[in-house]
Design a protein. Structure first.
Length: 307
C-alpha cells in the first residue's frame, strides 16, 4: 500500500474542525509523518495510526502550525516505551527547540533521536531511503527556510506471468528464482530467461508534498510527472498579493503548478481560517486542473487506486 492520510489542513490556527498541518504516508505497513502541527496526536489516535510503526518524521519548516505538536508526540513515544531510533529530517533549529523544552520540563526520552538538518542537503538530494522507497528534498520559497518532500518508489518488481510459465512447462520449484529475475536451466537442458515470464514493471508511484511556498517556476522541475501532488492553497486568487507578501500560494497557483508539472492528481490544503466554505477554492483550482480534490481531515488517498 502507498497512501496519504490527511491529519490537518488548516493554516496558522485550527478553524472549523480543521487541524493545523500534518499528514501520514503509509508504505508497506510503515508510517512516515510529514509536519506535526497542534493536535496531531489526537488525529493519529482517531485514525488508529500505530505510533510504534512511525519510521520517520519530516518537518518542512519551523512555523508553529507545522511543529507545535512535535514535543508532545516525541514524549508520548517515550511513554509508550518506544525503543527503536527515530530519524527526524527538519531545519536545524528544531533540535534546539526540542532540547530547550525537554531541559526545562525535565523530560527524558528513552529512545534515540537521529536528527538530520535539512540545511546540510542540497535541493533534490535523497535524504532517506529503504529498499523500496526514497525521499528527496523539494526547495520551496517561503518567509523562512522551507522544503517540500518527494516520496518515490524504487526497485519496482516485475510481475510474474504464471500462465506463460505453465505454457513453457516450467516446474513450480523454479518460479521463485524467475520472480527474482534469475535465468534458469531445466533438467532437459532448456534455458529460460526470466524476461520470458515477467511482465514489465509498473511505473514507480510518487507523492510530492509542497508545504508553504510562493508560486515560482524554480520548484516545478522537482514535481514533474508525480502521481499525487499536495500543494498549499491558502487563499483565493483575489488575494494573490496577500499570498505573495506572506509567502503562500492561491488555489489557482497550486493548480498551475500541477498543470505545468504534468502531475496525475492534485490535492490542496493549508486553508486560511477566513474560509469556512472551501468549495470556492476547489472550484478555482479546477479551472486550470480538473483532477483536483480537497486535502481534508481524515481523507485517505491511495496512490494505487485513487488517481
Amino acid at each position: 500500500m502507498f497512501s496519504v492520510r490527511i491529519l490537518g489542513s488548516s493554516s496558522a490556527t485550527p478553524a472549523f474542525q480543521r487541524f493545523t498541518s500534518s499528514q501520514v504516508i503509509s508504505y508497506n505497513d510503515r508510517y512516515y509523518l510529514i509536519d506535526c502541527g497542534e493536535g496531531t496526536q489526537m488525529q493519529l489516535q482517531k485514525y488508529r495510526i500505530k505510533y510504534n510503526r512511525i519510521d520517520g518524521l519530516f518537518i518542512s519548516h519551523l512555523h508553529g502550525d507545522h511543529i507545535l505538536g512535535t514535543p508532545g508526540l516525541l514524549a508520548s513515544l517515550s511513554i509508550f516505551d518506544r525503543k527503536s531510533p527515530l530519524p527526524i529530517y527538519a531545519p536545524r533549529g528544531l533540535k534546539e527547540i526540542l532540547e530547550l523544552i525537554y531541559k526545562h520540563s525535565d523530560t527524558h526520552l528513552n529512545y534515540e533521536i537521529q536528527f538530520h538538518a535539512l540545511e546540510d542537503f542540497e535541493p533534490g538530494n535523497v535524504i532517506f531511503q529503504t529498499d523500496r522507497l526514497e525521499v528527496s528534498i523539494i526547495p520551496l520559497q517561503h518567509r523562512i527556510f522551507c522544503n517540500g518532500f518527494l516520496f518515490r518508489e524504487k526497485n519496482k518488481r516485475r510481475k510474474f506471468n504464471f500462465y506463460k510459465a505453465r505454457e513453457l512447462g516450467i516446474p513450480k520449484k523454479y518460479f521463485q528464482l524467475l520472480k527474482l529475475g534469475n535465468d534458469i536451466q531445466l533438467e532437459n537442458g532448456k534455458k529460460i530467461k526470466a524476461e520470458e515470464v515477467l511482465f514489465p514493471a509498473d511505473p514507480p508511484l510518487s507523492y510530492a508534498y509542497c508545504s508553504d511556498t510562493r508560486y515560482n517556476e524554480h520548484y516545478l522541475s522537482y514535481l514533474k510527472d508525480v502521481s499525487l501532488l499536495y500543494h498549499e492553497a491558502t487563499f483565493l486568487d483575489e488575494l494573490r498579493n496577500r499570498a505573495g507578501d506572506t509567502g503562500h500560494s492561491t488555489a489557482k497557483e497550486a493548480s498551475l503548478a500541477a498543470k505545468r508539472s504534468n502531475v496525475s492528481k492534485l490535492i490542496i490544503g493549508h486553508f486560511s481560517a477566513r474560509y469556512k466554505d472551501l468549495n470556492p477554492l476547489l472550484e478555482e483550482a479546477k479551472i486550470e486542473f480538473t483532477n483536483t480534490d480537497l486535502a481534508l481531515e481524515g481523507r485517505k488517498f491511495d496512490l494505487r487506486k485513487d488517481l
